[in-house]
Design a protein around this ligand. Structure first.
Ligand SMILES: Cc1ncc(COP(=O)(O)O)c(C=O)c1O
Length: 382
């Protein structure tokens, strides 16, 4: 470890548990090794548990969260209509991805820091038969939390065959998700945020209904690596504790995901979500007491794994990020179009939230308060 190591408090990648780091250091192992096969099988089962589903199908494939967007190519045929609920940068970019594969995307947005209303979603789905609706559970650019339970209820109440696709890249592992109970069809995530594993795994969970839509396609899936017809037999084989091959899995990352999910599932998921809610709400309260305003406009639309905060007047984002870095804390600047230099973002997920003894949140608060003071903002105090 280098001397200038900072705790990584951006909204992903997050801090890794020592067990995860140790798992990354396993010696070279064949992906069909009898020791590895059950690890991969158990990891698939644990992913299903994390989203609270009985029989949804996880796909765990080397790549980043964006590959999960790309995998929506399995659902799209030329001209299919998609409604995309846009709460920030990641919604806009997901739209570009879907359009690449021939979807006709209608975007339903809201003002910065807010989310489309249920009435607007209902109206849109009543007028047009969408193949699927996408919702970014937490848009990492704004820290806006979408109510995916309500979205799915609304969509299915007016259009039962429309699939609900959740971008959970910044929510799985830190926000409550009940895949079966909430009638979700797809949850997309990556390894590096709420799941606490280095970047490199794309994780997508699909309902049996979504898999049927793929089976019923009239045209072939226009992708090779993202094609679920290639990956489904591989996932099913490993889950049945049999080796299989389409493309080489990232063996060490899967060991790492196994280690992390074993820890996550050793406690109740309810407790995990509650702890994230509690820490996030306290953090929001602290910055509010300092006179700062967060980007998300209401308490119920604020993410529990990250917070985006408007900069006080006169404070430059680069200087603030640099000030915290000097104090051993890495935070992130803004990325939202037209506002990138006006705010900053802090991640509070995984072990930084679940293991108080690490004091990560305290370190962030103290480094943030001191840096703000150094930059002339007197409202903050650690
Ligand atoms: C909500 C959301 N969706 C998608 C992505 C893309 O994931 P990745 O950068 O792992 O490709 C991100 C990345 O931060 C994200 O936050």
């Amino acid at each position: 470890m280098t001397a200038d190591r900072k705790i990584c408090m951006i909204p992903g990648p997050i801090e890794f548990h020592e067990d995860v780091l140790a798992a990354m250091a396993t010696p070279a192992t064949s992906h069909v090794d009898p020791n590895f096969v059950p690890i991969f099988g158990e990891t698939i089962e644990m992913v299903r548990k994390v989203v609270i589903s009985e029989n949804a199908q996880p796909f765990i494939v080397s790549g980043s969260g964006t590959l999960g967007w790309d995998m929506m190519v399995n659902l799209i045929e030329q001209g299919d209509k998609v409604l995309l609920l846009n709460t920030g940068y990641f919604g806009s970019h997901f739209a570009q991805c879907l359009e690449t594969y021939g979807a006709e995307v209608t975007q339903l947005g809201a003002e910065v820091g807010s989310r489309p209303s249920q009435e607007a979603i209902k109206e849109a789905c009543s007028k047009t038969q969408y193949k699927f609706v996408t919702v970014t559970h937490v848009d990492t650019s704004t820290g806006v939390l979408s109510d995916i339970k309500a979205v799915a209820e609304t969509v299915k109440s007016v259009s039962p065959n429309t699939l609900v696709v959740v971008d959970g890249v910044c929510s799985v592992g830190s926000e409550e998700i009940r895949f079966d109970d909430w009638n979700l069809d797809i949850v997309i995530t990556g390894s590096q945020k709420g799941l606490g594993v280095p970047p490199g795994l794309s994780i997508v969970v699909a309902s049996q209904k979504a898999l049927q839509v793929v089976k019923d396609r009239k045209t072939p899936v226009p992708s090779y690596y993202s094609n679920w017809n290639k990956w489904l037999p591989v996932m099913q084989a490993y889950e049945a504790r049999k080796p299989s091959y389409f493309a080489t899995p990232a063996v060490q990352l899967i060991y790492a995901l196994h280690a992390s999910l074993t820890k996550v599932l050793s406690q109740s998921l309810e407790d995990r979500f509650d702890k994230h809610r509690k820490v996030a709400s306290q953090f929001r309260q602290t910055v509010k007491e300092w006179g700062l305003k967060q980007v998300a406009q209401c308490e119920e639309c604020s993410a529990n794994g990250m917070t985006a905060i408007w900069l006080p007047e006169g404070v430059q984002v680069g200087k603030l990020v640099g000030g915290l870095a000097e104090k051993g804390v890495q935070i992130a600047g803004g990325i939202l179009k037209d506002h990138a230099t006006q705010y900053f973002r802090i991640g509070h997920m995984g072990i930084s939230v679940m293991e108080d003894e690490r004091q990560h949140i305290k370190k962030v608060e103290s480094a943030l308060a001191n840096s703000l003071q150094e930059l002339g903002y007197k409202g903050a105090s650690a």
